[in-house]
Every structure is written in structure tokens, then in C-alpha cells.
Write a protein that binds this ligand. Structure first.
Ligand code: C2E
Ligand code: MG
Ligand code: MG
Ligand code: MG
Length: 283
């Protein structure tokens, strides 16, 4: 019977669980080294408006693992959240982005560009977060409105009072706030009204099947309408086709991010890309 089945097994852990634990331990060990030896890099993905003007970039972290090569964030951010390494990693991302903004502030062709930075739950909830943002923006000279902090719905709903207080503090510093992956969390109008947001980002999952899914079309139209009603800027992520772009424009969304325009790229490729893009579109 089930009651006795455990008796003869040699170990509580199955081989699968064992290897999962080993992998987790190795990932954590490697991540620690990555923080120490600075193995991270920021890639930048363009954000483009309806007139084909690049308005900003999203900073997306990459990890150059000494053996595995380039590791995408979905393979390590979750772990970094669990073991606390997200705090130094997140600080590094913010610093790097602000440093870049201060470089761009000195050049006419880049001075208006914004950088969006992803912030995770544990980072946002950490007591020192507000202070670390304020000291970073103080250290580099640029207009803080060029910095957009991306938060997600799920990290905002518990302890709304504190969330709103933190967000208001950030807005006092002049930073902009964006709600990432919008539509995949709670999406309640009630809290949307309470949160001091500058931007909503329509999640990629609604954009990717605009062509075939009637429901996704309704959701996208509703989000656009809602953000306009609330006076919040709206951007669509994961735009991959001209069809998606024109549908979005038709329904009042005029900011886009996605492979249709450009993939995330290292800084070393960015200035050539920007120049080429503006030449292509301003003929
Ligand atoms: P996200 O913030 O929603 O970022 C968008 C993700 O969608 C990026 O993946 C980007 O490469 C991908 N993407 C953009 N356009 C398209 C498209 O047209 N088609 C498809 N199929 N994908 C597209 P990436 O860079 O792998 O990042 C994944 C997630 O990792 C991000 O989702 C974000 O939640 C997290 N992340 C990235 N960088 C950081 C960071 O510095 N800190 C934290 N806490 N999280 C980060
Ligand atoms: Mg994001
Ligand atoms: Mg997103
Ligand atoms: Mg996403």
C-alpha cells in the first residue's frame, strides 16, 4: 500500500530530484562567481513610435557564462531572486543603464532616448531600493525622466499602501514607471487607478496572435482604450509583423517594441543600428 511504499527506498530523494538539486546548487555557485567577476552585459532592444522614430530602449540582461556561453535572463533571474543575488545584480543593471543615459545626454542624437530597466519583486521590496535608485541617479548626470522602471502587476498587489508610497517616491525623483507584461496578472481597474504609472506595456502573448485570435484583439483594444482613459502611455511588446503594427496603430497604440523593429543587441552594435534605422526611415 501507499503507506508502506516509502519504507524500502534507499533515499528520500529520487535521482531526478537529486540532479535538480545539484543543478540548483551549481547555478547558485556560478551566479555568485558571475557577480564577483562581472560576467553580465546589457543588451538593448529599440522602442519605436508610429513615425518610425526610436524613442528609447529596453535594457535586457545577459550572462556570459564561462562554459555555457550566453545565458538568457529567464534561466537565472528566478534563481537570483531566491538566493538574494538579484540585489547586487539589479543594482548593477541600474548603474549600467544610468551610466549609459549620462553618456547619451552629451550627444544631440541620443539625448532624448529613454532606457527601461526591469526590476524584480525582491529588489523592489528591499528596504534600500528607493535609496539606491536615488543615489544612482544623483551620481550620473542625466534627466531622470529618461529612466523608466518596469514593474509587474503581481509584485505590486500585496501591501498596496507601501507599493504606492514607494512608487510615489520614485516619481518624486523624476523617474518614470512602467507596468510590464500587462494583462497577465490581476489587471484590476481598481488598483490601476491607484498606481502612479506613466506607461502600460501590453504583454507579448496578446500581441503574438492578434491576426487569428478574436479574444486577443478585444483585449488589446480594451487595454489601449483603458490606458488612454487613464492618461497613461501604452506600448506593445513582442511586435513581430507589419500586420500587428498596423492593427495597433489603427486602434491607438503608437509605441512598439519587438523583432519587427529590432532584436535586443549589445551596445557595440547599437549605434550602427540606430544610424542605419534612421537613414532607412527618413529618406
Ligand atoms: P520582458 O521584460 O517582458 O522583456 C521582453 C522579452 O521579450 C525579452 O526577452 C525580449 O528579448 C523578448 N522579445 C522582445 N521582442 C520580441 C519579439 O518580437 N518576439 C519574441 N518572441 N520575443 C521578444 P529576454 O531578454 O530573454 O528577457 C526575458 C525576461 O527576463 C524579461 O521579460 C524580464 O522579465 C527579465 N529580465 C531581463 N533583464 C532583466 C533585468 O535586468 N532584471 C530583471 N529583474 N529581469 C530582467
Ligand atoms: Mg520588461
Ligand atoms: Mg515585458
Ligand atoms: Mg514579457
Amino acid at each position: 500500500s501507499a503507506k508502506h511504499s516509502g519504507k524500502n527506498s534507499a533515499s528520500f530523494y529520487s535521482p531526478d530530484m537529486q540532479s535538480e538539486i545539484t543543478q540548483r546548487v551549481e547555478l547558485e555557485r556560478d551566479l555568485r562567481a558571475a557577480v564577483e567577476f562581472n560576467e553580465f552585459e546589457l543588451y538593448y532592444q529599440p522602442q519605436v513610435n508610429h513615425q518610425n522614430k526610436v524613442t528609447g530602449l529596453e535594457a535586457l540582461i545577459r550572462w556570459h557564462h564561462p562554459i555555457k556561453g550566453l545565458v538568457p535572463p529567464n534561466d537565472f533571474i528566478h534563481s537570483a531572486e531566491n538566493n538574494g543575488l538579484i540585489i547586487p545584480i539589479g543594482d548593477w543593471v541600474l548603474r549600467k543603464a544610468c551610466e549609459q543615459l549620462s553618456v547619451w545626454a552629451n550627444n544631440q542624437s541620443t539625448e532624448t532616448l529613454t532606457i527601461s530597466v526591469n526590476v524584480s519583486y525582491r529588489q523592489f521590496r528591499q528596504p534600500g531600493f528607493i535609496f539606491s535608485v536615488s543615489s544612482i541617479i544623483e551620481r550620473y548626470s542625466f534627466n531622470p525622466a529618461r529612466l523608466k522602471i518596469e514593474l509587474t502587476e503581481t509584485m505590486l498587489v500585496d501591501d498596496m499602501e507601501r507599493t504606492v508610497a514607494c512608487m510615489n517616491k520614485l516619481k518624486q525623483y523624476g523617474v518614470q514607471l512602467s507596468l510590464d507584461d500587462f494583462g497577465t496578472g490581476y489587471s484590476s481597474l481598481q488598483y490601476l487607478k491607484l498606481l502612479p504609472l506613466n506607461q502600460l506595456k501590453i504583454d507579448r502573448s496578446f500581441v503574438s496572435e492578434l491576426e487569428t485570435e478574436v479574444n486577443d484583439r478585444s483585449i488589446v483594444k480594451t487595454i489601449i482604450l483603458m490606458s488612454r482613459t487613464l492618461g497613461i502611455e501604452v506600448i506593445a511588446e513582442g511586435v513581430e509583423t507589419e500586420h500587428q503594427r498596423s492593427y495597433l496603430i489603427k486602434h491607438g497604440c503608437s509605441l512598439f517594441q519587438g523583432f519587427h523593429f529590432g532584436k535586443p543587441m549589445p551596445l557595440s552594435e547599437l549605434s550602427a543600428w540606430l544610424e542605419n534605422y534612421s537613414n532607412e526611415h527618413n529618406k
